[in-house]
Design a protein around this ligand. Structure first.
Ligand code: SF4
Length: 252
C-alpha cells in the first residue's frame, strides 16, 4: 500500500522551508503540530525506547486528547505489552494498537517459517514489511502528519534527521522529529525528572527494544542500535519505516 501524495497549506510549507523548526523546543514543535493538525496528527510510539514515552508525556501535557499509536507486530516482548497497559492507566489515555494483516502473516510464516528473519537481510526485511511497514502505511493513510522519537545520534542511518521534514517514503507526508537534536542523556534526564514510565528491559541493558527475537542487550559503549538485528551490518539495521530513497536516516 502506498500513502497518497500529501498537499499542505502554504503557511505550513513556508514554515517548513524557513527551517525555523530547528531552533524550537520539542514542546513548541508539538504545540505547533497539534494546533495545525489536531486529531490528524499522531505520535508513533514503539514503547521500546524512552524517546516515544518522553514525547507522549509532553503531548499529553499540551493536549490530553492527543493521539498515539503503536504497531503490534505480534512478536513484541511481554515487557512492552505490560508498558502499554501501564501507560494507558497512568495517563488514562487511549492507545491505538495497529496490527498487521492476519492473512499476510499467515502466508509468510507458513511458507518461510516463523523465524525467517535470521536467514538473510531479504527475509528479515520481508518480515518487517509485513509486520511493521504495511500496518504503518495503512494507519498513516488516515493522518496528515506523524511524530517520531528519532534522534540524530542514535545510529549512522539517522545522522541527518531534521525536526520537520517531508517524508518522501510516505507520500511527502509531514514527519516531525522533535527530539532530533537531543542526546540520550537529555532524554533520560526528562524521564527521571517527570517519572515517565519506560520499558523495564532498559534496566537489563536494552537501549532499544523491538521485537523479542530481533532485540538483545548491548555492552557498555556499544552503539544504541547495536542490539537490533545484531547479526546484520549497521547499515541495514532499519525496518524500512524510516529510510526511503530520498530520505536516508530520518520507532520504530
Ligand atoms: Fe519481524 Fe524481527 Fe522485523 Fe519484528 S523486527 S517485524 S520479528 S524481522
Amino acid at each position: 500500500m502506498t500513502v497518497e501524495k500529501r498537499f499542505y497549506p502554504q503557511e505550513v510549507l513556508d514554515f517548513l522551508a524557513s527551517g525555523q523548526a530547528e531552533s524550537l523546543s520539542p514542546q513548541e514543535i508539538l504545540g505547533w503540530a497539534l494546533k495545525s493538525f489536531g486529531q490528524k496528527v499522531s505520535l508513533s510510539c514503539s514503547f521500546g525506547a524512552p524517546e516515544g514515552l518522553v514525547l507522549l508525556d509532553m503531548m499529553h501535557r499540551i493536549e490530553p486528547a492527543s493521539r498515539v499509536f503503536v504497531i503490534d507486530t505480534g512478536r513484541l516482548p511481554q515487557a512492552t505489552y505490560d508498558l502499554i497497559d501501564r501507560v494507558r492507566e497512568r495517563y488514562d489515555k487511549r492507545i491505538e494498537v495497529i496490527f498487521p494483516r492476519a492473512e499476510d502473516v499467515q502466508a509468510m510464516v507458513s511458507s518461510r517459517g516463523v523465524n525467517l528473519f535470521y536467514e538473510s537481510v531479504d527475509a528479515r526485511q520481508l518480515c518487517c514489511r509485513i509486520r511493521k511497514v504495511e500496518p504503518l502505511e495503512r494507519h498513516l493513510a488516515g493522518l496528515d502528519a506523524w511524530i517520531t522519537g528519532l534522534r540524530r545520534d542514535q545510529n549512522v542511518t539517522r545522522n541527518d534527521t531534521l525536526k520537520l521534514q517531508l517524508d518522501e517514503k510516505h507520500g511527502g507526508m509531514l514527519k516531525l522529529n522533535p527530539l532530533a537534536d537531543w542526546s540520550s542523556e537529555r532524554v533520560w534526564s526528562y524521564v527521571r525528572g517527570r517519572n515517565v514510565p519506560v520499558n523495564r528491559l532498559h534496566a537489563e541493558g536494552y537501549p532499544s527494544v523491538g521485537c523479542d527475537p530481533c532485540s538483545r542487550a548491548v555492552a557498555p559503549g556499544e552503539d544504541e542500535r547495536a542490539g537490533r538485528w545484531w547479526w546484520e551490518h549497521p547499515e541495514t539495521r532499519e525496518c524500512g519505516i524510516h529510510v526511503g530513497e530520498e530520505e536516508k536516516g530520518s520507532g520504530i
